[in-house]
Design a protein around this ligand. Structure first.
Ligand code: ATP
Ligand code: MG
Length: 576
């Protein structure tokens, strides 16, 4: 491609409304332009990066045996009513009516549509396993679209759906996708972790999220430094090596004591007032679920994990009680809740089990209790893992040290079970002629988000440093003196030679100063640059520089094509 006749509109200024560096760089490097909130045009170079990611995805999905289809963006409301999601999905679903007053939506995902196809076409165990995928535009009316194409309202997703005759088959399909995803993100040149993720209330199933490691990521993740355990913070388990409680089991049990604590409410206030460490206190949190009111107990220095609480209760929703509900439930204003005498179910975090003589609220204004003890003073229904992991906790699998970090979710694989096949009656006849619901899985990758995440992870102060497999171009040639016939001839020969060898090469044949060309080459992040200048040509050399290196090397003009090819190959061999 000749830059003089191509279109990469770059600029220097940092765009005011772009918070994260990938968004800034995608705008500055001329990859995307905003149409309106959360909706973007991919400019030619941005589209090239997108197409490269798509190609890698296609190759790996095909290799894993998945079959490509293309489903519509417009989906009828009836299907969503059948699955129950028309009401459930909320305002992210963009709904509208057609001229016949029929309700429809723009698909945020395609479980309904693919299940409808499958229920019409697949009736026998002989037609499975099968996995259909597409690369298609989704619409989600996100509350807070931000970070450019990272969280857009309209975005490109690869989504795949597997159909199996039983749980074992579904497990194999899931595993095949797990492996395909590993290959996809490796091939894209990303540093990532597959983390165990929460699946909410779709019982019995599980899921992994693929997280590109980046400090600006929206998701907090925990990973083991010793084994390959990694999880979302909301999912990360506390092993049964639970940190020992501050007082041991054999400790003497003291008589209960009431202490007046006027206006002393928070853990900080109570511990300061009583001069005790927070781990000798038990917090009592009142929650409203979709079914009931419950109390959850955690140690004073621990934080309750609402996702774990929700799962432990088998609830659809959990919501921290407001002051009115706290007062109704405990008889005291907020800040004085305790487990003694409560009339609701009480669940406690496992760390509470070993505690003795602890402090709780007294369920009366301005009252706390000292030397509270399990069994003697109150009982809990169950001990569960209810808290957020904290520094100092260890890996639940191997006991190794854990690290906290942030990530960008680029992919998500999910076992669906029979949720959709039952709702939409996608049934099949098994080997014995018995009718059964198909067992499903679904698997997504955000294509635009993958490009943005790659930039978030690979850049410096000058611009993008694209991993070569997803770079818009593999190499760029910069002739420095456009009016020097020998420079231009060398540059053109090299350009022709590289194109002939199948390299995605861009020649900066604009009549611009050298400085402009260098800056643009750095900004747009093309992994390999060949500089052709008058002085070099006089010596019979050109300069090759990798975007990720600081040093350039001189190579003879004669062997320049091979020298470039060799380096491109090396970049593909270790893209990350
Ligand atoms: P998130 O938690 O980030 O909203 P999600 O759980 O809603 O993601 P999925 O429904 O699993 O996402 O979608 C599959 C993939 O699509 C995600 O892993 C992500 O890469 C991508 N994706 C989801 N929402 C967006 C969005 N608003 N803009 C761009 N990509 C998105
Ligand atoms: Mg979402």
């Amino acid at each position: 491609m000749r830059l003089s006749r191509y279109f990469i509109p770059t600029y220097k200024e940092v765009p005011a409304d772009a918070e994260v560096v990938s968004h800034q760089l995608m705008l500055r490097a001329g990859l995307i332009r905003k149409l309106t909130s959360g909706i973007y045009t991919y400019l030619p170079a941005g589209l090239r990066a997108i197409r490269k990611v798509e190609q890698i995805i296609r190759e790996e999905m095909n290799r894993a045996g998945a079959i490509e289809v293309l489903m519509p963006a417009v989906q009828p409301a009836e299907l969503w009513r059948e699955s129950g999601r028309w009401d459930y999905y909320g305002r992210e679903l963009l709904r509208f009516k057609d001229r016949h007053n029929r309700e429809a939506c723009l698909g945020p995902t395609h479980e309904e549509v693919i299940t409808d196809l499958v229920r019409r076409e697949i009736h026998s165990y002989k037609q499975m396993p099968v996995n259909f995928y597409q690369i298609q535009t989704k619409f989600r009316d996100e509350i807070r679209p931000r970070f450019g194409v990272m969280r857009g309202r309209e975005f490109i997703m690869k989504d795949a759906y597997s159909f199996d005759v039983d749980e074992d088959g579904a497990e194999r399909s899931y595993k095949a996708m797990y492996e395909a995803y590993e290959r996809i993100f490796q091939r894209c040149g990303l540093r990532f972790r597959a983390v165990e993720a929460d699946t909410g209330t779709i019982g019995g199933s599980y899921s992994h999220e693929y997280m590109v490691l980046a400090e600006t990521g929206e998701d907090e993740i925990v990973s083991c430094s010793a084994c390959d355990y990694a999880a979302n913070l909301e999912k990360a388990e506390i092993g049964d090596r639970e940190a020992p409680a501050s007082t041991d089991n054999a400790a003497e049990i003291f008589p209960l004591e009431e202490v007046e604590t006027p206006d002393v409410k928070s853990v900080e206030e109570v511990t300061a007032f009583l001069s005790i460490p927070p781990e000798t206190l038990v917090k009592t949190l009142i929650y409203r679920t979709d079914k009931e009111i419950v109390a959850a107990l955690v140690r004073g220095d621990h934080e309750l994990n609402e996702v774990k609480l929700k799962n432990a209760l088998g609830a659809q929703t959990v919501e921290l009680a407001d002051s009115r509900l706290v007062e109704e439930t405990t008889g005291a204003p907020m800040g004085f809740a305790g487990p003694m005498g409560l009339k609701v179910r009480i669940l406690a975090d496992r760390a509470v089990r070993g505690m003795r003589n602890f402090v709780t609220g007294g369920n009366r204004k301005d009252l706390h209790l000292k030397n509270v003890n399990l069994g003697r003073d109150f009982d809990v229904e169950r001990f569960e893992d209810l808290r957020v992991v904290a520094p100092g906790d260890v890996c639940p699998r191997c006991g190794g040290p854990i690290r906290f970090g942030r990530g960008i979710e680029v992919g998500h694989i999910f076992k669906l079970g029979t949720k959709y096949s039952e709702a939409l009656r996608a049934l099949f006849l098994d080997r014995n002629g018995k009718e059964k619901p198909i067992v499903m899985g679904c698997y997504g990758i955000g294509v635009g988000r993958t490009v943005a995440a790659a930039i978030e992870q690979n850049h410096d102060e000058k611009g993008i440093i694209f991993p070569i497999p997803i770079a818009p171009f593999e190499a760029t040639i910069l002739p420095l003196q456009m009016n020097d016939a020998r420079v231009m001839e060398a540059a053109e020969t090299l350009y022709g030679g590289l194109m002939e060898r199948g390299v995605d090469v861009l020649i900066d044949d604009r009549d611009e100063r050298a400085g402009v060309k260098f800056n643009d080459a750095d900004l747009t992040g093309i992994p390999l640059r060949v500089t052709v200048g008058r002085k070099g040509i006089e010596k019979g050399i050109v300069e090759i520089k990798l975007r990720r290196d600081t040093q350039s090397v001189e190579v003879p003009l004669q062997g320049a094509v091979d020298a470039v090819l060799e380096r491109i190959k090396a970049l593909y061999d270790s893209p990350a």
